[in-house]
Design a protein around this ligand. Structure first.
Ligand code: SF4
Length: 391
């Protein structure tokens, strides 16, 4: 198989692994280069690829599962390093995202990924961004090498518990193959390379797991391991797999999980504070923060001139950057009108119904209410906002 055919096959197979924040959109140049936006706002083009799609595991959702009738191929470390170096020198790719099927055993597969990056670093002098996957069941020695070579490492938990994982990937042991290597990666990165970030990923909707289960495990990962990001991948059935007849997961569910996940990571929310339906799922038609605010009228309105950072972050339409901006503006003078907040019009529409400015509600146009409660699945008039904060 020639290099171009390998890229097509292994680049396509790599798309199920999610990477840096924001949307991952194939550029116009090729299908296997991906524009990503990092947490610091820096835009980068990543070459996302598998070392091999040969895999000994039989995960029920996976395009690469053993026994599935699909062409198989591998890059040698030299071949893949040379290919990336060519893309880099032609300014087509700035960073590498490298994953792999488990060929022979986890450490054998990881050794080939590590060898690829070692060649890039040592022979080609590449000092840029590398995201390396840690494969399920990898040894401490392999994880250590990966951490010393990459800017980011990740290991996909796939499911929020061993019970759910058994439905998705019966040949993987949740604690031994997934959680233990993730904990090891976390321990080693703090000891060896504190700047290396760590992420994980779940498949959503294939194991009948609830959003509540996913978010409880996510909260634990953020709290205990300080993960940079938890990714959610809405399940899409793949032909010739045991789950080919399982319905796809709506992308809106994935979107709500990301919104709720940011509330846990950046806004100080606890998973038990989020609003779930009787099945433990987030409302699909409502932003999770708005759902929480509507369920807690006793917390509003909030006086923007005196609110703490924590209180500001509870107001729908105000994120961490907007909260900091409001605090900076407060130092320059009293905020008396919506214009003084310095927020985008779309944010103002969401903020207005929940705040006070010098003890007064901002003038509330009907259009603001309509936008704020759009998709709220409840009558806005049922949400009573008292004129002043209760004593
Ligand atoms: S171990 Fe990874 S590549 Fe292999 S079948 Fe499972 S999800 Fe797919």
């Amino acid at each position: 198989m020639d290099t171009l055919a390998k890229i097509e096959l292994l680049g396509e197979a790599a798309r199920y692994d999610l990477c840096d924040p924001c949307s991952i959109r194939p550029t116009e140049i090729t299908r296997w280069l991906h524009s990503v936006t990092q947490a610091n706002g820096h835009h980068m083009t990543l070459f996302k690829v598998l070392q091999t799609n040969i895999c000994e595991k039989d995960c029920a959702y996976c395009v690469n599962r053993s026994g599935r009738d699909t062409p198989r191929t591998s890059f040698s470390p030299e071949e893949l390093a040379r290919l990336f170096d060519t893309l880099y020198r032609r300014r087509l790719a700035e960073g590498l995202f490298l994953s792999s099927g488990i060929c022979k055993n986890p450490d054998f597969a990881m050794e080939r990924m590590i060898a690829t990056v070692e060649i890039l670093r040592q022979r080609y002098g590449f000092e840029g961004y590398v995201h390396l996957k840690i494969l399920p069941g990898a040894s401490e020695a392999a994880i250590e090498k990966a951490i010393l070579l990459a800017q980011r490492v990740s290991l996909n938990l796939e499911a929020p518990s061993s019970k759910r994982l058994a439905l998705l990937a019966p040949s993987k042991a949740f604690h031994k193959d997934l959680l233990t290597p993730l904990l090891t990666a976390n321990r080693l990165r703090y000891r060896l390379a504190p700047k290396v970030s760590l992420t994980s990923q779940f498949v959503v909707g294939a194991a009948e797991e609830s959003d509540q289960e996913l978010l409880q495990t996510s909260a634990w990962l953020y709290r205990q391991l300080r993960l940079a990001r938890v990714y959610y991948s809405a399940f899409q059935p793949i032909p010739d797999t045991p789950l080919e007849g399982h319905p796809p997961t709506p992308l809106q569910r994935e979107r709500r999980l990301y919104q709720a996940s940011f509330l846990l990571r950046d806004y100080g929310f606890l998973p038990e504070e989020l609003v779930f339906d009787e099945k433990g799922n987030l409302p699909l038609l409502q932003d999770p923060k708005l759902a929480w605010a509507l369920a807690h009228p006793e917390r509003f309105p909030i006086e923007v001139n005196t609110a703490s950072l924590e209180e500001l972050l509870r107001i729908p339409g105000i994120g961490p950057k907007a909260a900091q901006k409001i605090i900076r503006r407060r130092r320059q003078g009293t905020l008396r009108s919506l214009d003084h907040l310095g927020l985008a019009p779309a944010s103002l529409q969401r903020v207005a119904p929940f705040i006070l400015l010098t003890g007064k509600r901002p003038p509330l146009q009907l259009s603001l209410w309509k936008t704020a409660f759009l998709n709220a699945s409840m009558n806005p008039s049922a949400f009573y906002v008292p004129a002043t904060r209760p004593a």
